[in-house]
Design a protein around this ligand. Structure first.
Ligand code: SF4
Length: 231
């Protein structure tokens, strides 16, 4: 595993749990609105944190946190992710994985081997529009397969989308709603312009206001069981 960072405590990243977050280095997407460029662009990578350091930190967090969130970057590009999370599970922690859904095979393995308790998958755009956001060619069957695996599993999961007004229309949300029809939980988060964006041209992009976020939520509630707006 290449680990680029750790957040000792979070009250918001694992629903209703206290967690620590481990950030993996590297991603197979280049989402225009991504503000994690230090974890995505190899030229910006810092020296990875030794796994031993991570496990000794987690040892000290026993009894203080409920779970560990593995985020990125994209965790599933690391072949040893199943082995890594197995060790975390064996320490007694719940495990949540944040993914862009490009490695359906690994997600299936993690679920089948009971190595994960919660998965949050990004839905970047209607499937035919993915490349407009990710700026790389995307195996769309893998994305659709991961959606299907999550929806057919008994695992706790959520789908989520970052709403950038210049990139996604209300009609795009209708199409995304159809892609994840009957999903248990969907979260929309408003795009946040920062200095570290992969696509600098979005720095002057206006953040969606609460009325626009509510409109999107209203659209998505026609398709999913529960839709929330996340700050
Ligand atoms: S937002 Fe996109 S580029 Fe950034 S880490 Fe997530 S999937 Fe990768």
């Amino acid at each position: 595993m290449r680990i680029g960072g750790i957040q000792k405590t979070s009250l918001i990243d694992y629903p209703e749990k206290i967690s620590a977050i481990i950030f993996t280095q590297g991603c197979n997407f280049r989402c225009r609105y991504c503000y994690n460029s230090k974890l995505v662009l190899p030229e910006l990578f810092e020296e990875p944190i030794d796994e031993k350091e991570i496990f000794s930190f987690l040892e000290k967090r026993k009894g203080k946190i409920d779970g560990v969130v593995i985020s990125g970057g994209e965790p599933t590009i690391h072949k040893d992710l199943p082995f890594f999370v197995k060790k975390i599970k064996e320490m007694g922690f719940l495990v949540k994985i944040d993914t862009n859904g490009t490695n359906a095979k690994m997600i299936e393995e993690l679920i089948n081997k009971n190595l994960v308790d919660y998965i949050a998958m990004d839905i970047k755009a209607p499937i035919e529009k993915y490349e407009k956001i990710t700026q790389v060619s995307v195996d769309k069957n893998n994305i659709l397969k991961t959606i299907e695996i999550l929806m057919n599993s008994s695992l706790e999961y959520e789908f989520r989308t970052t709403y950038v007004k210049s990139l996604l229309s209300f009609d795009d949300f209708r199409k995304m709603g159809k892609m994840i029809k009957n999903a248990k939980l969907y979260a929309i988060q408003a795009f946040l312009p920062t200095k570290t964006l992969i696509d600098k041209s979005l720095q002057n992009e206006e953040r969606p206001n609460i009325e626009e976020m509510n409109k999107v939520a209203e659209i998505m509630r026609r398709y999913v069981k529960k839709c929330i707006i996340r700050e």
